[in-house]
Design a protein around this ligand. Structure first.
Ligand SMILES: NC(=O)c1ccc[n+]([C@@H]2O[C@H](COP(=O)([O-])OP(=O)(O)OC[C@H]3O[C@@H](n4cnc5c(N)ncnc54)[C@H](OP(=O)(O)O)[C@@H]3O)[C@@H](O)[C@H]2O)c1
Length: 254
């Protein structure tokens, strides 16, 4: 049985609490947040606290708070030499106070408090200072049905940066597509099968091989027509830049 103290009550911590409670082999000894309000609904199921000096014993302390608060919170723990991990993709392991056995348990997925999440779709990137701490984190993730990958700091940063492209930037493309369709009173739902098929395709094809469209085909007239049809300068700039990027990847010139 792996015992856990969870810190934070936001998107990630709330999902972790719920999945840990259901898992065989994990017990949540305590749940800390600086404000007790978000923890109140769970107070009959787990010990809750907002007092950092009264943290209970546990095998792993998981800090799932805002990136900027991780360092300070970890230095307020009264004990040392215990396994303390944070869940951020971008914060260095060294931001955790050096009195701890430090690690990172970065779930590479997008979390929203009120959206259901299947942890089988959440890969965890594990970074640890002492390799003896790897197995317990691996066991923790497999107990909730997740895959885990051991990474170093550079690899975790690269994954976090990649995630911005494949998640945040892609979503902004949906937003722009939505605006363009709406400007001509077209229902955005018509585009949803295309969005889903594009995502599904990379299960079997590399992003390189999956690419289609006027930039890849070097259809100059279509590219020109699209640029003319765009009202906003920022959309023209994005279209030109992404077209250039696709053409460089596929060895063509605008
Ligand atoms: N959301 C995601 O999709 C996602 C994915 C992967 C990794 N992460 C990482 O997981 C961590 C938590 O993200 P989240 O989205 O769950 O955050 P969130 O929903 O914004 O929740 C932030 C939490 O941090 C606490 N907090 C903020 N400032 C604090 C301070 N100065 N001292 C103590 N506690 C403080 C908040 O407490 P109050 O309730 O009192 O305000 C709240 O519990 C971050 O490191 C993030 O990078 C997030």
């Amino acid at each position: 049985m792996i015992s856990v103290v969870l810190l934070g009550a936001g998107n990630v911590a709330t999902h972790l609490y719920k999945v840990f409670k259901k898992a065989n082999g994990i017990t949540v000894n305590q749940w800390f947040n600086r404000s007790l309000n978000p923890l109140q609904p769970y107070k009959n199921d787990v010990e809750i606290t907002n007092n950092i000096s009264q943290l209970k014993d546990a095998d792993v302390y998981i800090i799932a708070v805002s990136d900027d608060a991780i360092s300070q919170l970890s230095s307020q723990f009264l004990f040392e030499n215990r396994l303390v991990v944070h869940t951020s993709g971008s914060v260095s392991l060294h931001n955790l106070d050096k009195k701890h056995l430090r690690g990172v348990l970065y779930p590479l997925q997008t979390f929203s408090k009120n959206t259901d999440l299947n942890f089988e779709t959440v890969p965890f990137c594990i970074e640890i200072e002492h390799k003896t701490n790897f197995n317990i984190l691996k066991e923790l993730t497999s107990s909730i049905g997740s895959k885990s990958y051991r990474v170093n700091s550079e690899q975790r940063s690269a994954l976090h940066l990649s995630a911005v492209f494949v998640n945040n930037f892609t979503n902004q493309m949906y937003r722009i597509g939505h605006e363009i369709a709406e400007s001509k009173s077209v229902d955005f739902n018509i585009l949803k099968p295309l969005i889903k098929e594009t995502a599904n395709k990379i299960d079997n094809l590399s992003p390189y091989l999956a690419q289609t469209g006027p930039a890849k085909r070097n259809d100059k007239k279509t590219v020109k027509k699209h640029l003319k049809a765009l009202d906003k300068n920022i959309h023209k700039e994005i279209y030109e830049l992404i077209t250039k990027s696709i053409q460089q990847t596929h060895g063509k010139k605008l």
